[in-house]
Design a protein around this ligand. Sequence first.
Ligand code: PEP
Ligand code: MN
Length: 264
Amino acid sequence: LANRQMHPNDTVVKIGGNVEVGGKKIVVMAGPCSVESEPQICEIAEEVQRQGAAILRGGAWKPRSSPYSFQGMKAQGLDLLCIAKEKTGMPIVTEITNPAHIELFEGRVDCYQVGARNMQNFELLKELGKTNTPILLKRGFANTLEEFLMSAEYIMAGGNDQVILCERGIRTYETYTRNTLDISAVPALKRLSHLPVVVDPSHAAGIYWMVEPLAMSAVAAGADGLIIEVHNDPAHALSDGAQSLTYKHFARTMDKVRAVAAAV
Ligand code: PEP
Ligand code: MN
């Protein structure tokens, strides 16, 4: 179902009714790694929207490597995302880690994010396949493209064909960056599949100043969109501050991304 050979035309995934991912325009999803408070998520939403982001991202349930790290605001975080959505009109994308949460998310979240750590959580994928809500499926940091596409297939086999593929960096021997952005995944996925491809330069780099050049290269390579972490105060972020952009830096990154998009 995900295979380009069976479906030559590009799939366009509609999020929140009017944002098209996989169409002509580059779609930017932006926001904090974690929802931290109502003023925080609302201020960031307004700011990224002003700079041209079409979709608001923000984690409520955070799958952290350490059990002692901030685990997210959970249901309260979801409520705050909905408030930000109401204020700005921006559709929201947030991570789901447990199939038991679908009931709580359905009808409120415009796009489910499946995180890298859950790319092969097949029970979660199968349950999401029963919904009609778009899914942003992130590539596991140690998974091949074949495995990645098979995970998309799990969702689609259940009847949900609204899947967006997200390359977010893979684990290699290089330690300078948090992960290594597999830029070749973009043309490879576009060739193998008709699904839209989005790149997450924030988790790939792990370093804020590298997000802009990686975002530009993703668009140059043919990505349909980007998901970028932006924070009101990166130094005090409860998660992923080191890779989060300030408003000013995000504005500059958007200018550069638009320039690349116009050139390709
Ligand atoms: C995130 O988007 O904040 C996140 C946890 O991403 P990933 O699953 O790619 O690590
Ligand atoms: Mn993050």
